[in-house]
Design a binder for this molecule. Sequence first.
Ligand code: GDP
Ligand code: MG
Length: 264
Amino acid sequence: MSVGGAGAGSRDAATGPEATRPRLTFFFPAYNEEENVDSTVERALADIGPLVGGSLEVLIVDDGSTDRTPELADRLAAANPQVRVHHQPNRGYGGALKAGFANAAGDLICFSDGDLQFDLNEMQRLLDRLDDGEKQPVDVVIGYRIRRRDPLHRLFIAKTYNLIVAVLFGLRVHDIDCAMKLFRRHVFEGLPLDADGPFLSAELLIKLKARGVRMAQVGVNHYPRAAGTNTGASFTKILRTFRDLFALRLALWIRRSEVLGQGR
Ligand SMILES: Nc1nc2c(ncn2[C@@H]2O[C@H](COP(=O)(O)OP(=O)(O)O)[C@@H](O)[C@H]2O)c(=O)[nH]1
Ligand SMILES: [Mg+2]
């Protein structure tokens, strides 16, 4: 699918025309996050809102949650016009991120996770880098976890994965999966994104880099999950990630311009 720009066909009717775009959309994937969804929205409004003079849209992407997340999200959206919710049948982490990009109304789009493992106020660091006129101009700023607060086996899996992606795709970034990322809206125009699973984060960076989009990296803090369970590296998700990884590697060899959304 192609997200952003005119391709964002699934945008909810509530989004205004370009003239009324909020400066920034913050979205987060929420999959069975009933314990965290209220506080993530609250933190986003309190911590990110002031960074953009209140011109903020908070978009909850409910990816087919089976707990009370959908109803809590609806309640949050009904209570505050700055908050919107996009519901969809379960597609996976990547599917949820794609829905976020496609449905965000902001001129700038950022996302994080819905489990409070990041300090949302640190979006300031990403916004500062995007606006820093003294450094090389960039259109994307990605965070990296200065000290990742996850179980040891997760750190090992992540290191190996980052290395494999670096070797196979030449993508050298500190932390592919860090869920603190900021984009200018235009980078999504005509950009086809495929993975519905966790590989989407890598796919996105690989394709942006191949399209010549300039990116910067900034360090952010990371905290243990506030509530609920980490499901980021289940066995099925790892299998799915490798399937998608090899599919993209092959596709970039045999039909590069098509997968990059560039006319042949
Ligand atoms: N759409 C979708 N989102 C998920 C899934 N698993 C986790 N998430 C969301 O992705 C984010 C990170 O999940 P988490 O389990 O904390 O991953 P980890 O931090 O990498 O262990 C949270 O916002 C979750 O709600 C899933 O299977 N589908
Ligand atoms: Mg997490």
